[in-house]
Ligand binder design. Structure first.
Ligand SMILES: NC(=O)C1=CN([C@@H]2O[C@H](COP(=O)(O)OP(=O)(O)OC[C@H]3O[C@@H](n4cnc5c(N)ncnc54)[C@H](OP(=O)(O)O)[C@@H]3O)[C@@H](O)[C@H]2O)[C@@H](O)CC1
Ligand SMILES: Nc1ncnc2c1ncn2[C@@H]1O[C@H](COP(=O)(O)OP(=O)(O)OP(=O)(O)O)[C@@H](O)[C@H]1O
Ligand SMILES: [Mg+2]
Length: 366
């Protein structure tokens, strides 16, 4: 691995030392635990990668290189936004741009599109999703095929998609989005699933079973529903890490980022924790920022660091775990800066304003 890193990457010596530290920490600081969950015994390894989340971000974040062209720093799409919710897809998509992605698309319903466009001219907004109220029963199959066609025209261009922020729970719309997820999986597009995307997935676990390119980002309610459905039990906060590993192992494939006081991340084999101080403000929308942030790190890691990730794979570290740690750490850092400045009046838009500065703090552009 050492040779591979030396030969294949042009890195500064401090970055290289950081990589070696991370690689060493994979093997050195771990302990094995035995756990029971939903009747299945699994072994998960406590990993310490989350403790050096900033080091990971430095590895994954690309340099601003003048020879690169538009799109190379990431093309993200958010599938979400309906009559009720226009903020959530906007937060996820604009966060991706503020962190450094080049292009950010939103696929939403017609009602939501004009509103989301009015928030920002930076976003590319596709008014393609349809809810039941606007479609007659006999039209549903053809409308769903049309929606899929519209999204598929773009699908292979995306480095990562985020499914669910502000999607709503209309059954017809969710059926179509299920098909979009199947298509993304077939095209091997990494997929972050949040909000109502998790509502869809919880009721159709087959949509993600076996998909190692999926990252689920449940909040407390979404996690409770997943645990009840997949493990058939209640949340166990005494053994939170173990239960999370059991859940990931039971679903089999996706990485799960459980949001909370600290963020816990597991693919069923390892459990990582990101405990960077965030914000005590719990205003809505912070999870949406997180989904956009994980998508950008996913996109960067996928494009730029295939070699490093290959090295990590040799050490049995799941690249989706690395991407989740980086995404979580950046959001939490931005939240802490925003809170230091705005205290009780901190809003999601304030946190978004600090995303760029937070990354700059860790990984200066020049
Ligand atoms: N500014 C914006 O646009 C923002 C929009 N947001 C968007 O909101 C959506 C829901 O996300 P959330 O985080 O409120 O869901 P969550 O914690 O599971 O539920 C809390 C409670 O509400 C209830 N409930 C929810 N939806 C329901 C429904 N359709 N119909 C009925 N009940 C429903 C739920 O009940 P339960 O499902 O548990 O029965 C629970 O008790 C999602 O798309 C998200 O992205 C957020 O990102 C914030 C910023
Ligand atoms: N109690 C807490 N203390 C500190 N940080 C927290 C706490 N709970 C959540 N967070 C942070 O806030 C982020 C968003 O988590 P949250 O549970 O608010 O998501 P959410 O409910 O999906 O948000 P949204 O309103 O966008 O849907 C998480 O990544 C986590 O880092
Ligand atoms: Mg949420």
């Amino acid at each position: 691995m050492r040779l591979c890193l030396e030969n294949c990457m042009s890195v500064s010596s401090s970055l290289y030392r950081r990589q070696l530290f991370l690689v060493r920490s994979l093997g050195g600081c771990c302990c094995w635990v035995h756990m029971e969950g939903g009747g299945t015994a699994v072994k998960a390894r406590f990993s310490t990668l989350g403790a050096d989340a900033e080091g990971l971000m430095r590895i994954i974040t690309p340099k601003l290189d003048p020879i690169r062209y538009k799109g190379q720093a990431g093309k993200i799409a958010v599938i979400g936004g309906c009559r009720e919710y226009t903020g959530a897809p906007y937060f996820a998509a604009i966060s991706a741009l503020k962190i450094g992605a080049d292009l950010s698309h939103v696929f939403c319903t017609r009602d939501a599109a004009a509103v989301i466009k009015s928030y920002s001219p930076e976003l590319i907004v596709h008014p393609v999703l349809e809810e039941s109220y606007s479609v007659r029963d006999e039209e549903k199959a053809s409308v769903c095929a049309k929606v899929l066609g519209e999204v598929n025209k773009w699908m292979e261009r995306f480095d990562c998609i985020v499914v669910g922020p502000g999607l709503g729970r209309d059954p017809f719309l969710l059926d179509c989005v299920g098909e979009i997820m199947r298509q993304a999986r077939e095209s091997k597009i990494p997929t972050v699933i949040d909000g109502d995307g998790l509502f869809l997935v919880t009721n159709n676990l087959d949509l993600v079973k076996g998909n190692t390119l999926a990252i689920l980002t449940p909040n407390i309610n979404e996690y409770k529903r997943l645990v009840e459905k997949a493990l058939g039990c209640e949340i166990n906060d005494q053994d939170a890490s173990q239960q999370l590993a059991s859940l990931a192992s039971r679903i089999g494939g996706p990485t799960i980022l459980r949001k909370g006081k600290t963020d816990l991340i597991s693919d069923g084999l390892t459990v990582d924790e990101v405990d960077i101080f965030g914000s005590p403000r719990r205003c809505g929308g912070q999870g949406d920022i997180l989904s956009g942030s994980v998508a950008v790190f996913s996109s960067w890691a996928r494009q730029r660091l295939a070699i490093v990730e290959e090295s990590y794979k040799l050490s049995n570290v799941n690249p989706m775990v690395l991407r989740s740690i980086a995404g979580s750490a950046l959001l939490r850092k931005a939240a802490s800066f925003a809170y230091a400045n705005k205290k009780r009046s901190t809003l999601t838009t304030d946190i978004i304003d600090y995303l760029g500065r937070s990354l700059e703090h860790i990984c200066p552009a020049n």
